[in-house]
Design a protein around this ligand. Sequence first.
Ligand SMILES: Nc1ncnc2c1ncn2[C@@H]1O[C@H](COP(=O)(O)OP(=O)(O)OP(=O)(O)O)[C@@H](O)[C@H]1O
Length: 259
Amino acid sequence: MSALSANAPSSTTAKPVIGFDDVTLGYDRHPAVHHLNGGIAAGSLTAIVGPNGAGKSTLLKGIMGALRPLDGGIRLGCRRANIAYLPQAMDIDRSFPITVFDLVAMGLWRQAGLFGGIGRAQRRAIEEALAAVGLSGFERRTIGTLSGGQMQRALFARLLLQDAELILLDEPFTAIDAKTTLDLIDLVHRWHREKRTVVAVLHDLDLVRRAFPETLLLAREPVAWGATQDVLIADNLLRARRMIESHDPDAAYCERTAA
Ligand SMILES: Nc1ncnc2c1ncn2[C@@H]1O[C@H](COP(=O)(O)OP(=O)(O)OP(=O)(O)O)[C@@H](O)[C@H]1O
């Protein structure tokens, strides 16, 4: 264990919007993330990083309630309806014949209801969100005709309209061009200024160093968690890699609690 805490940094324990109580998350009783304690403060901007298979996406699924903990618990300081979640691009079916306008309009479902009509005010809000992501004029295009970067911009426009208190992003900039990444990072910083809580799974450590003040380094369990410049040091990154490489994927339910 490094000198740095592997649990929540003290600065983020004051008013957590997400609290982890020795939580274990996994599939078919096999843990993918275990022994996570601490909290993510309301209004903070946190990156979750770690090697492939470290449990980063699993943790987001646990936070948004798609995966029930195998053990321990996750406490939320906001209603689930106040969480916006952007899945990995590969988990989104782009063959669905929906227009950019309709995709972005789905961000309003909390206000309009699932079958609510789109009035003049909502139409203007959708157009403003599209303009904010540089997609004015794309309203009638079907999402299957968009480039990867354009699709990600459309999904961010939908997030803008969701007006969520807690925003969870799973690899939002993977395979996205540099200009789009910069534009979307600006939106993330705007959410941060608006005191929303943003948690993003990321692989680009340079981007994390530049744009995310807090980082959780995960290797199925927390390796380090705190200020990004203290977490992303060579020692911690090496340890995280070794922990994943030495992991037995067929391990029983939880070696540590079972011991
Ligand atoms: N639906 C599932 N059923 C069974 N095992 C799963 C499932 N989803 C993920 N896993 C396993 O859980 C572990 C953690 O996966 P997860 O996707 O959370 O990792 P990750 O850190 O997000 O990885 P990556 O960086 O490759 O996206 C892996 O061993 C993975 O094989």
